[in-house]
Unconditional design. Structure first.
Ligand code: 3HC
Length: 312
């Protein structure tokens, strides 16, 4: 066997031993090209999701019902932008530029979380997004803190510290509305009805239909499967709903134990249709991102110019 092949085998063995022994893979370490490409895809799409996710909530900053609510929403949205930057930085360590990620997004070659293609119709939606979308994101991201790729794992640790605030502020909005007028209670229930299933879809298709999960688990990129994380989220969230008088919109839901539930069928046709671009807001989200990116080009040019001059 020629030297290169022997060397490749040794490198692969060393990589697999690191994964086995919970040693983080770092940017300068040798890694299988498939592992690198898997991470480039997942981390960049995670970053896109954080940034595109700012849009549904951003529309409500000027309509927040109080100065306190406005300040909380502003802080949350600012956090999401920062999460996107941490994750683009982590993705860039794999050898692809941020400009390239953004280009793939604008060309429709990269995904972002399908949940952000639904409209935020009223203030109760801001509560439901924080409580359910950020609640689902926390369930996923707490698990991802143990991912095998160093920069991704460290980004997750930082992000998770802020996500809990995001989920609590959303739940507080829902709690306050359920203590309000009949109309406010109906708004909260309507928001739950519209955001519940898209939040469950955030965890991805069932494990049996997930083309990436087996590699993701083998390489310890994912530490828990899509279905396991979805189940954890459901079991945690249903008691929260019931505590404030909300009813989860799943007629087939069955309680199978203490804080343990079996959910009804998820509409995967809707999931794949939204991912394919046929959701309520896909076009608006992408057009807005492209417009904002182009409007911000002068900032990037000035920053680059300053960087060049200050490094002369
Ligand atoms: N939205 C859009 N696409 C999705 C999706 C979703 N909710 N779930 C799965 N997909 C896509 C996958 O990207 C993949 O397509 P691709 O090959 O073109 O990338 C395909 O469907 C098959 O799915 P798999 O389950 O096989 O793919 P993964 O193993 O990558 O699992 C995932 C999907 C669970 C989303 C995983 O990528 C992951 O954990 N990503 C990191 C977490 C993340 O991206 N969260 C998004 C929300 S961030 C957020 O909510 C911000 C918060 O602060 C508001």
């Amino acid at each position: 066997m020629n030297e290169t092949l022997v060397n490749q085998d040794e490198l692969l063995k060393e990589f697999e031993e690191k994964i086995e022994n919970e040693i983080k893979i770092e940017p300068r370490d040798w890694m299988p090209e498939e592992y690198r490409q898997h991470l480039i895809r997942q981390i960049s799409q995670h970053a896109h999701s954080e940034v595109i996710g700012m849009q549904p909530e951003g529309n409500w900053i000027s309509r927040a019902p109080s100065l306190r609510a406005k300040k909380i929403l502003l802080a949350k949205i600012q956090d999401e932008g920062g999460h996107g930057l941490y994750l683009y930085s982590a993705a860039e360590t794999l050898g692809v530029s941020r400009d390239q990620f953004i280009q793939w997004l604008h060309e429709g070659k990269a995904k972002y979380a399908s949940v952000f293609n639904y409209p935020a119709l009223n203030w109760a939606d801001i509560g439901a997004i924080g409580w359910l979308v950020d609640g689902a994101a926390i369930t996923n991201q707490v698990s991802l803190q143990r991912t095998s790729y160093g920069p991704y794992s460290r980004a997750m640790v930082r992000i998770c510290k802020e996500e809990s605030f995001h989920q609590r502020q959303g739940y507080e909005i829902m709690w306050k509305m359920m203590e309000g007028t009949k109309e406010q209670q109906q708004m909260a229930q309507d928001a739950l009805n519209r955001w519940w299933w898209p939040a469950l879809m955030m965890f991805g298709p069932h494990d049996s239909d997930s083309p990436h999960t087996s590699n993701a688990m083998k390489w310890k990129i994912k530490r828990e499967s899509n279905d396991r994380l979805r189940e954890k989220f459901i079991n945690k969230t249903i008691p929260q709903a019931e505590l404030i008088g909300l009813k989860v919109p799943d007629p087939a839901l069955v309680k199978i134990g203490e804080d343990q539930y079996q959910h009804g069928d998820i509409d995967w046709t809707e999931f794949w249709e939204v991912i394919k671009g046929n959701g309520p807001c896909n076009q608006q989200r992408l057009e807005h991102h492209i417009k904002a990116h182009n409007n911000g080009s002068w900032v990037r040019e000035c920053a680059n110019e300053y960087h060049i001059k200050s490094n002369k």
